[in-house]
Design a protein. Structure first.
Length: 227
């Protein structure tokens, strides 16, 4: 299931997850840190086969939920890897009181991975904040819901129409329209966009849809132009 994506970076696709009646594809990324430990971004459903592949890369040290919607499988991962540090996006700890989080994500990186992975907290929405990451060794941006590039052919009927209407399909996919409408302070979002683009990622991994191995900056500029 794990596939190499770039220098010390791997991705794996998981099963679809229903959200508002629509089956969303899922994807996670695993970064191998310089000390050999693993940084697991947006964990997908785990089984023994996936666990064996992950274990072959190294010890899981960090489990990362980039926003408060990407938490469904954290419990299973935490049970399997109890020594891993659990990182919560803003607002998630209140939603998942059954989990004991070690840190809340923000613009300041954890010292254990800060030299290799840069976080950018996208503020401005009253509903949902997301932390985007740039993995320096592979020059890859990791984006969960802020940019979606879903395959329209994966949906049928009203679901396909809905995905098109909210702007989250194809190479020109962007932030879901309903989420955009919650950004009442877009100046804060623009500040985050500027920080992200200044990091000059070359590749893009998204949780929903097609990744890109090149041209990440123009893709992100276009997808986040609404800000």
């Amino acid at each position: 299931m794990l596939e190499p994506f770039g220098t010390r970076l791997f991705v794996a696709d998981g099963p679809t997850v229903p959200f508002l009646g629509i089956p969303y594809p899922t994807r996670m990324a695993v970064a191998v840190l310089a000390d050999g430990g693993l940084f697991v971004w947006s964990p997908i459903a785990i089984d023994d086969a996936l666990a064996r592949e992950v274990d072959a890369l190294g010890p899981v040290r960090h489990l990362v939920a980039p926003n408060k919607l990407h938490h469904l499988f954290l419990g299973a991962w935490s049970e399997r890897y109890p020594d891993a540090k659990l990182h919560a996006a803003p607002g998630l700890a209140r939603r998942r009181r059954d989990l004991e989080f070690d840190a809340e994500l923000g613009d300041a990186p954890d010292p254990a991975w800060g030299g290799e992975i840069a976080p950018v907290l996208v503020r401005g929405s009253f509903a949902l904040e997301e932390v985007v990451f740039v993995h320096h060794p592979s020059r890859t941006a990791l984006v969960t819901d802020l940019v979606q590039r879903n395959d329209a052919d994966a949906f049928t009927g009203w679901r396909r129409l809905a995905m098109r209407l909210v702007g989250v399909v194809g190479e020109n996919g962007s932030t879901p329209l309903e989420w955009r409408s919650t950004f009442l302070r877009r100046s804060r979002a623009r500040e985050a966009r500027a920080r992200l683009l200044a990091l000059r990622p070359e590749a893009l991994v998204v949780a929903h849809g097609a990744c890109a191995r090149s041209n990440a900056v123009p893709i992100l500029e276009r997808a986040l132009a609404w800000m």
